[in-house]
Design a protein around this ligand. Structure first.
Ligand code: PAF
Length: 284
């Protein structure tokens, strides 16, 4: 039977009573199949007698747009039912006040991997992500933490934080889960209209069309970028726009001038106010 706890000290006490190993799946709720895959991975890692913890917390300090925060779906009751069905042991569901002091003034900042992609298009976003993830690690003290590869810049940053700050946790990435048409699962998909949702696989198709160029041995990033942009914008609905489309080194996340090493083509696109991200490995 899942235990849903919002108090920090209570969750710490409860965790002490549970046998290790312990895995956490940090989420902002509005759970979908992608999250459930992370929970299954967590169970696989800790085994039937280990402990699986999910955190469900819409972290206000990682939102760069007020409308994105206020419209973020929060179906907590349904989420808890899904967690129960997946055999989650503990759901940590704190209120903002339980995690952030009214005068909190310390933020975690990364200065290299955040220079491009979502780091530059959403100023402050990753400070908020890293800060909350480190706080969750400190409260829960997991052996494993599982994150989706869809947010590949987030995952790279969390790995870097763990490495650079010697945080004693193993970070595990999990493959992106997609709808049949290729749209990456995201809690924000539920905010798309039916027409937008039908159209949204164009993002995946555009990235795949660009990746197909790799077999020709093409090394000029602009050729890939042009191919992806053409597919993204071809017959696109009026409310569709590209936030960014960038080509970066898979390891350093810095822009590349030649495609000679594993690289990542990444994009963020808007349907109206709803922002979706996706990426594809090139020569990976
Ligand atoms: O990926 C998310 O859902 C969030 O960024 C995370 C990691 C739970 C931090 O709030």
């Amino acid at each position: 039977m899942i235990k849903a706890i919002s108090d920090v000290n209570t969750v710490k006490d409860l965790i002490r009573e549970h046998p290790g190993p312990l895995a956490i799946v940090p989420t902002m709720g509005a759970l979908h199949e992608g999250h459930l895959a992370l929970l299954r991975k967590a169970r696989q890692l800790v085994g039937p007698t280990g402990t699986v913890v999910i955190s469900i917390f819409v972290n206000p300090i990682q939102f760069d747009r007020v409308s994105d925060l206020t419209n973020y779906p929060q179906p907590l009751k349904e989420d808890l039912k899904l967690c129960e069905a997946e055999g989650v042991d503990i759901a940590f569901t704190p209120e903002k006040e339980a995690l952030y002091h009214p005068d909190h003034s310390v933020l975690l900042t990364e200065s290299l991997l955040t220079r491009h992609l979502c780091g530059s298009s959403r100023p402050g976003h990753f400070d908020g992500v890293l800060t909350i993830v480190l706080k969750l690690f400190n409260v829960i003290q997991p052996d494993f933490a599982i994150f989706g590869n869809k947010d590949f810049q987030q995952l790279a940053l969390i790995r870097r934080m763990v490495r650079d700050l010697n945080v004693p946790v193993e970070i595990v990435g999990h493959a992106t889960v997609r709808e049949e048409g290729g749209l990456a699962l995201s809690s924000r998909n539920s905010r798309l209209t039916r027409e937008q949702r039908q159209d949204a696989p164009r993002i995946r198709r555009a990235l795949m069309a660009a990746r197909d160029l790799a077999v020709t041995g093409e090394q000029d990033p602009s050729v890939y970028l042009n191919a992806a942009r053409t597919h993204l914008l071809g017959n696109a609905p009026e409310d569709f726009s590209i936030d960014y489309l960038q080509f970066v080194d898979a390891e350093t996340l810095q822009p590349i001038t030649r495609v000679t090493k594993p690289a990542v083509l990444a994009t963020a696109c808007f349907y109206g106010e709803v922002r979706l991200i996706d990426h594809i490995g090139i020569r990976s």
